[in-house]
Design a binder for this molecule. Structure first.
Ligand code: NAD
Length: 511
């Protein structure tokens, strides 16, 4: 393991808390912003996204400075997973939002002949975005922009651990409409609870299942809809016909990017018998080459843990596994005493009785398990309370897809890892305790809207047959219409047209 000297990492910003009065005032201003936004077009709102994209490209080094200082992540993780990911999402919005949010024409059935049907995608009003600390820039900006482009005012509560204080305000000042539509509320869970009390039109929460439950309970009182993006325990399944070198390198990165503090990081590695020993040996060799460092300029592979309580979870899981018979092939401790840099840790001889297999880790641990058959690995790897994403590695494309279909999770990468998240076209979200609702893609964008169904008829003198008065004759004709429409016959449409004409004539008669 290459371990250059550690540098001091800055302390977090002083803790702020938004008061009840400030929360009320913020929502009142957001309601006014929402009214303003209703009068704007998607195209007008996208102007701000274009300006913001250019601004982020220009200021990317300063942004990376701030992200790395607050999170301790290595600089490459900040540049690639946070900044590049945001730019990709901006670009996607610029090219696709208008089309996805445009009014849609939909067909009208024969029973409603002559009318037109439309779906309008309208903003919700003021939405509340509550974010975690692991990707404070990416999760914050992508959720805020998606909501804003749909025409919503946004109240955003960053994690108190990584508030990036002042950064979003400064970036959003590139465009007056964007600046006046987004409100940042700093504080802890107490602030979040105060914001929920203001009854946002919808809550978009990314964080732990534990907090997700609390938010749902509070939101239920006010019937506020909630989308939940929660934790994961993602499996990588490596078949013996996989390209070994690629699978090792992929799993290594998937488990360790952001020091393992990703909701969709690889937390369980299942390797088929035939290549198990070679896989473990190669993985160990690759781990030992990694550079763990702080304050790097882009040349370190891993940064540190962002918070001490997360480090405690990692330590506890390793201690528990060790006590129950797991073998630690490399790592198993921090880089230096009293530092938040936990070494990438390879564990074998793990089983389901261990905490490392049951709970989300959110740290740089790589537990490797052996499996024999396809059916076995599907069963054992699905046996978890989480279902966020997974990866399947195999030279047999048909088998890989067959296995992917049976994994109980929201996303699967085949012969790659965590890559569904990199494509803004693909919706992201989980099953089971990993939450529900989807971010990104057309489905995710439409989650920030509500559909309004519209049926347009001519301003004619026609009286609809189903309107009053109800007569015996009409009743009989409607009964004939059901026979004509829903009994198989080559003359189905002709019969329906004849009955329809009779119904229209009957509708004109006064009682
Ligand atoms: P967390 O649940 O502790 O906190 C998330 C946010 O919720 C913070 O802003 C926090 O202040 C707020 N909060 C705390 N108590 C609250 C309450 N009672 N009501 C309302 N809000 C409250 O999560 P975290 O530790 O910041 O993040 C790590 C978790 O997030 C992990 O479980 C990780 O897997 C998950 N995560 C999921 C995704 C995803 O897309 N599925 C992405 C990133 C992280």
């Amino acid at each position: 393991m290459n371990t250059p000297t550690l540098q001091d990492v800055p302390t977090f910003s002083p803790l702020l808390e938004t008061t009840e009065e400030q929360a009320r005032d913020m929502f009142a201003r957001a309601a006014r912003a929402s009214e303003r936004l209703r009068k704007t077009t998607v195209e007008e709102r996208l102007h701000a996204v274009k300006k913001l994209l250019d601004h982020i490209v220009e200021r990317r080094e300063a942004i990376a400075d701030m992200i790395t200082q607050e999170t301790r992540k290595c600089r490459s993780d900040a540049l690639v997973s946070e900044i590049l990911g945001v730019l990709d999402n901006c670009e996607w919005l610029l090219h696709n939002a208008q089309k996805i949010l445009a009014d849609k024409k939909v067909p009208t059935p024969i029973t409603l002949l002559g009318k037109k049907s439309r779906i309008w995608h309208e903003p919700l009003g003021t939405v509340l975005v509550i974010a975690p600390w692991n990707y404070p820039f990416h999760i914050g900006i992508t959720s805020i922009l998606a909501a804003y482009v749909c025409g919503n005012a946004v109240v955003f509560k960053p994690s108190e651990i990584t508030p990036l204080q002042g950064l979003f305000e400064s970036l959003f000042s590139v465009d007056p409409l964007l600046e006046q539509s987004v409100f940042i509320a700093y504080g802890t869970g107490t602030t979040a609870q105060r914001l929920i009390e203001q009854k946002p039109a919808k809550i978009f929460f990314t964080g732990s299942a534990r907090t997700g439950r609390k938010i749902l309970a509070q939101a239920a009182e006010k019937l506020i809809p909630v989308d939940l993006e929660l934790g994961g325990k993602d499996q990588a399944i490596v078949f013996s016909d996989a390209n070994l070198q690629r699978a090792v390198k992929g799993v290594l990165w998937g488990a360790l990017t952001n020091a393992g503090q990703s909701c969709s990081s690889v937390e369980r590695i299942y390797v088929q018998d035939g290549i198990y020993d070679q896989f473990v040996q190669t993985l160990k060799t690759e781990i030992d080459k990694l550079v763990v460092n702080a304050g790097d300029t882009g040349n370190a592979d891993l940064g540190g843990m962002t918070v001490d309580f997360q480090l405690d979870i990692v330590r506890k899981q390793v201690d528990d596994a060790r006590a129950k018979g797991a073998k630690i092939l490399t790592g198993g401790d921090v880089l230096c005493d009293n530092e938040l840099f936990y070494l990438p840790t390879l564990l074998t001889q793990v089983d389901d009785s261990m905490l490392v297999m049951q709970q989300e880790t959110f740290g740089p641990l790589l537990p490797v398990l052996r499996f024999s058959s396809e059916e076995e690995v599907i069963q054992v790897s699905n046996n978890t309370e989480f279902g966020l994403s997974a990866s399947v590695w195999s030279g047999d494309k048909i088998r890989a897809e067959r296995v992917a279909r049976r994994l109980d999770c929201g996303a699967v990468s085949i012969n790659n890892v965590m890559l569904t998240e990199a494509n803004p076209w693909l919706p992201f979200g989980g099953t089971k305790n990993s939450g529900y609702g989807r971010q990104k893609g057309a489905e995710g964008l439409l989650g920030y809207t509500r559909s309004k169904s519209v049926l347009i008829d001519a301003n004619s003198a026609k009286i609809e047959p189903n309107w009053y008065p109800y007569t015996q004759q009409k009743y009989n004709l409607f009964s004939q219409l059901i026979d004509a429409l829903f009994r198989a016959s080559p003359w189905r449409l002709l019969k329906a047209a004849l009955v329809g004409m009779k119904l229209e004539a009957e509708a004109k008669r006064e009682r």
